[in-house]
Design a protein around this ligand. Structure first.
Ligand code: FAD
Length: 406
């Protein structure tokens, strides 16, 4: 590896997009990846259908990043969902819009796209170094990298950190970089699980009978608002897209108050007053299962959820039962561990960066991707923002190198 190069640390979507941007403009780029192969999380994301971006109106798309909306806006404007689709097509991966507006490759997988991407990078002359792990900074600010041949030190003209977040550490993004960066005074928010499931204290009977069962078409409400969808009962609690959409709000509520509930409307489209009336007409001696089926059309896992969460008094009272069907508070114990989460919140605070994604305290050191402190729901927002910040940071590097005359 030569000095006077641009060094990219981390070979996931953000790092590879930065490498492509820089290599296309003729820069000597070296990408060091800790794992034996590049883009492992990207490949895993493709296992259940790679949701690469979203087709909703871009003015809405830009609002999916919460507190980071404003800080990510310029990067997203410069690499929009349409750009993501065109870029994938340029690598031979055509995409389609699914029924929910999410965008997927027609082949659903990530592997053909990643293969073509790595070939393009090779053809452009980028030096791709697997099994090269950043372990810290040397005295002169150089990057210290552990390789199979021993430790090397790289004094690059500019360095991009693209280490990813802290979920699924076995795929490479293990957040081991946090300590060396904190030691250098870089402001890093603690990592928290995002787009994650939650633990619920299910009874043994409920767990054994319903783990793996989908709960279809319910409206779930939290501080994040209300939305209709489905989730899955797991052995530990709840998982699935509807839960992930509320995960940030529920996690923050648990942190603030020590308790949090996901409010479930198990019978969307039915009215509480009408349900009360229908329950009132049925004999109280009738079993709960029969009453739920006859008056509310509820059975299976939905009926079991009511049995699991409601006290006998509520189960017998038509008004309270009807209201519980429309707003069942499901008590949550804690988020599932970050190792299982789809993504993470936390990381390098956006205030620590200038508009070029360069660390204000460390000129020449840039950051991109999920290692930055932003979060977004599932729906292709995560990958799009990783591509966009990778590209923006690469353009920041070019501007910085021009300024330096390097
Ligand atoms: C199961 C699952 C499904 C997902 N599905 C989707 C989806 O459909 N759509 C979507 O938008 N997003 C999805 N995501 C999220 C998406 O994959 C990530 O947001 C994205 O990969 C982050 O890109 P990144 O480049 O910032 O980090 P990463 O992809 O994590 O890449 C970082 C790289 O840096 C390397 N690295 C870490 N530390 C070091 C070090 N010290 N030295 C050198 N290299 C290092 C890692 O090995 C890794 O290869 C999914 C995630 C998971 C876990």
């Amino acid at each position: 590896m030569t000095d006077r190069t641009v060094l990219i640390l981390g070979g996931g979507p953000a790092g590879l997009m930065a490498a492509e941007t820089l290599a296309l403009t003729g820069h000597a780029v070296t990408v060091c990846e800790a794992m034996p192969t590049f883009g492992r999380k990207f490949l895993l994301a493709g296992k259940s259908g790679l949701n690469i971006t979203h087709s909703e109106d871009f003015s809405l798309f830009r609002t999916r990043f919460g507190a980071a909306n404003d800080r990510l806006a310029a990067a997203l404007d410069a690499f929009t969902p349409t750009d993501v689709r065109n870029w994938a097509a340029s690598l031979g991966t055509e995409t389609f819009v699914g029924s929910s507006g999410r965008v997927f490759p027609t082949v659903m997988k990530a592997s053909p796209l990643l293969r073509a991407w790595l070939k393009r990078l090779n053809d452009l002359g980028a030096s791709l170094r697997p099994r090269h792990r950043f372990v810290g900074f040397g005295e002169a600010g150089e990057s210290v990298i552990a390789t199979p041949e021993g430790e090397i030190r790289c004094h690059a003209d500019a360095t991009l950190l693209a280490f990813g977040g802290a979920s699924w550490p076995k795929l490479g993004s293990d957040a081991a970089w946090v300590k060396p960066l904190r030691d250098k005074g870089i402001d890093i928010a603690d990592f928290r699980p995002a787009n994650c499931g939650f633990d619920v204290a299910w009874s043994e009977t409920f767990r054994e009978r319903f783990a793996g069962e989908p709960v279809k078409s319910v409206v779930a409400t939290s501080d994040a608002g209300s939305r209709q969808g489905e989730f899955v009962i797991s052995r530990h609690g709840i998982e699935g897209s509807l839960v992930y959409a509320h995960a940030g709000a529920l996690r923050d509520r648990l942190t603030a108050d020590g308790t949090a509930h996901l409010l479930l409307d198990l019978a969307p489209g039915r009215d509480a007053a009408r349900l009360t009336e229908q329950f009132t007409r049925l004999p109280t001696k009738m079993s709960l299962s029969n009453r739920l089926r006859k008056a509310a059309g509820l059975d299976g896992v939905k009926a079991a959820l009511l049995r699991e969460c409601l006290d006998p008094g509520t189960q017998q009272n038509p008004t309270r039962l009807a209201h519980a069907i429309k707003a069942l508070p499901l008590p949550l114990l804690r988020p599932r561990p970050i190792t299982e989460a789809i993504s993470s919140a936390g990381g390098i605070r956006l205030d620590a960066l200038d508009s070029r994604f360069m660390l204000k305290a460390r000129p020449g050191l840039f950051c991109a991707g999920e290692m930055l402190d932003w979060e977004a729901p599932t729906g292709g927002y995560l990958l799009t923002a990783c591509f966009a910040t990778g590209k923006a940071a690469a353009q920041g590097i070019e501007a910085w190198l021009r300024e330096k005359g390097a």
